[in-house]
Write a protein that binds this ligand. Structure first.
Ligand SMILES: [Zn+2]
Length: 292
């Protein structure tokens, strides 16, 4: 069936389609992987993967409400909420949504998720300011190209090392600037009985830039990214989730976990070091390219 755009609009409004008319879930084009459906999975203990095939979102059951980390895209919000319900949880029980960076692929869905859940959105002060405008920070290496996303009115900043506490869980902010000025990684403990592991949800540490920005001309940004890489490398880390799963083999691990792999492929104390090493090599490759 072929419909003109106007006819399709008329049809949508006739059917009263809230989803299609929702200003907070209008699609922002991106990678095909980012919208690939992914069955939700328990990673370990009370920590669950509720993201897509190409973007990590994690849900933590604290025993007294839920904490969600990252929001993916506006158009993946419905899939995220379905994933959360499929695990037996209620979207309305999310109390906090934490964010790793104010780029649309990790924060585009935050406004709709915050509205639907009533949750408070929390990140660094610099990240929160960017979320409230829906635009990348002016000092962001990708400021000239990254698409805007729905503003997150209730985004609030916390300090480096501060924890978000709910139920039996404390999720601690580890500021990891460089990819964006306000990037934050998050760490917490999750337990199965007495067996507790240190979980790290690492922000993107990728050296990416657009327009005339070079890392060589911004030694402060380069130094910040290097320090963030070292910081993630040194974290207590039994289980790593990276904001883009394929930056740490997360896509392969998720497929294996879903297929019932044992031992749990996510339990890997070398994962943060490998992630840091990859980011360091990528930064060096970029610096070398900029010099040539
Ligand atoms: Zn980004």
């Amino acid at each position: 069936m072929f419909l003109s755009f106007a006819a399709a609009l008329a049809l949508m409004s006739a059917s009263g389609s809230a989803v299609h008319d929702d200003p907070l879930t209008q699609p922002i084009p991106g990678n095909a992987d980012w919208v690939k459906p992914q069955t939700p999975l328990k990673l370990y203990g009370k920590t669950y993967f509720v993201g897509t095939g190409g973007l990590s979102l994690v849900l933590i059951d604290t025993g007294d409400g839920l904490i969600l980390i990252d929001g993916a895209l506006p158009q993946t919000v419905a899939a995220t909420e379905t994933n959360i319900r499929q695990l037996g949880f209620r979207v309305e029980d999310i109390r906090y949504i934490l964010n790793t960076e104010a780029h649309y692929d990790h924060s585009g869905g935050l406004a709709a998720l915050a509205r639907d859940s009533g949750a408070q959105v929390i990140t660094s002060p610099i990240g929160a300011a960017a979320l409230r405008t829906g635009r990348a920070d002016g000092d962001d290496p990708q400021a000239s190209s990254v698409p805007e996303h729905p503003p997150v009115a209730n985004a609030r900043g916390i300090e480096d090392g501060e924890s978000v506490r709910l139920g039996d869980t404390a999720v601690t902010a580890v500021f990891t600037p460089g990819h964006t000025p306000g990037s934050v990684s998050w760490t917490w403990k999750t337990c199965e009985g007495d067996a507790c592991v240190d979980v790290v949800f690492a922000s993107s540490l990728n050296a990416v830039a657009s327009g005339s920005f070079t890392y060589r001309a911004h030694p402060d940004v380069t130094a910040a990214l290097r320090a963030s890489i070292e910081r993630v490398e040194a974290l207590p880390c039994d289980l790593l989730i990276s904001a883009h799963p394929d930056n740490s083999g997360g896509d392969v691990k998720i497929a294996a976990l879903q297929a019932g792999a044992a031992p749990n492929p996510f339990l890997d104390p070398s994962a943060c070091r490998a992630y840091a090493e990859r980011a360091r090599a990528r930064l060096q490759a970029r610096l070398d390219r900029e010099a040539s």
